[in-house]
Design a protein around this ligand. Structure first.
Ligand SMILES: [Zn+2]
Length: 276
């Protein structure tokens, strides 16, 4: 098994989104009143070269996101900025690594935010899996209001519902193996979105934790800091706690989508327990 970190451009958000301030509605409004931008953060997508076929986890950004600056949606227009060139999309980067579209057996999305599904256009022929609840929240005008902007999706986009079984995987309440070997597992990590999932790839006793947006970086997860956009602080915090408990029992390389340290930790197989 080989895991590729693929940086699909970068993103800037408000500092009050990276680390939430206050609670409830006040916390969510703080994202809009905050004048301070984060640094430019990477947006990673991941490709797992597995003996059963390539599994892509999240598709990163697409150049169409550069148009969100003109969006009528207030979050897309004012609270986020993207940087990406065509050759930084996931399709060309996979080809550079010798992985063609037909080699990709499965595409699994942690959630449907626009910097995670922005490269869908490259995967027309692949099986695409998205948690059923996440699909329901993202569709239609209500999905647009929630900030998913489903009008961006390719017309053919019709993902299979990923239904996790109520089967605990360590501290995670629901899970589903994605490979016959059982070494790549989707687990429920609710919080950032209600039906957010993470993908765990296990090899030689090490777990590579493809975390999506459970936290924007590892330090925030370790410090139990919830982001500014979750609709449910409690479940976000429970997820962060589950990740820490899991990592206490299993050597874990924690790989959030926007953590500037993710690619180096992956390359060094640097686990949570062995550092600092
Ligand atoms: Zn997100």
């Amino acid at each position: 098994m080989k895991i590729h970190a693929i940086q699909t451009g970068s993103v800037r958000i408000k500092t009050a989104q990276v680390e939430g301030r206050g609670h409830g509605l006040k916390r969510r409004l703080a994202v809009f009143t905050d004048r301070n931008w984060s640094d430019w953060l990477p947006t990673y997508a991941w490709a797992i070269e597995h003996p059963e076929g390539v599994i892509v986890v999240d598709t990163g950004q697409g150049v169409h996101l550069l148009e969100t600056a003109q969006s009528l949606h207030p979050f897309a227009r004012w609270e986020v900025a993207f940087s990406i060139a065509p050759e930084q999309e996931i399709g060309p980067q996979l080809r550079d690594r010798g992985i063609g579209p037909r080699d990709v057996k499965q595409v699994v999305l942690t959630h449907l935010h626009m910097d995670h599904d922005g490269g869908l256009a490259h995967f027309r022929g692949s099986e695409i899996l998205v948690a059923r609840g996440e699909q329901n929240l993202a569709r239609g005008w209500a999905g647009w209001v929630r900030g998913y902007l489903p009008n961006r999706w390719p017309s053919w986009f019709d993902p299979l519902p990923l239904d996790l079984a109520p089967q605990a995987f360590g501290p995670f309440a629901a899970s589903k193996p994605l490979t016959a070997a059982g070494d790549v597992i989707a687990v429920a990590t609710p919080g950032h979105t209600r039906d957010h999932i993470s993908v765990l790839a296990q090899e030689n006793g090490t777990t590579f934790f493809l975390a999506g947006d459970t936290s924007y970086n590892e330090a925030l997860m370790l410090a139990d800091k919830v982001d500014g956009v979750t609709g449910d602080e409690e479940s976000s915090r429970a997820t962060l706690s589950s990740i820490r408990r899991f990592a206490a029992d299993h050597p874990t390389v924690y790989l959030p989508t926007h953590d500037p340290g993710s690619a180096l930790r992956l390359a060094r197989r640097s686990t949570i327990a062995t550092r600092g």
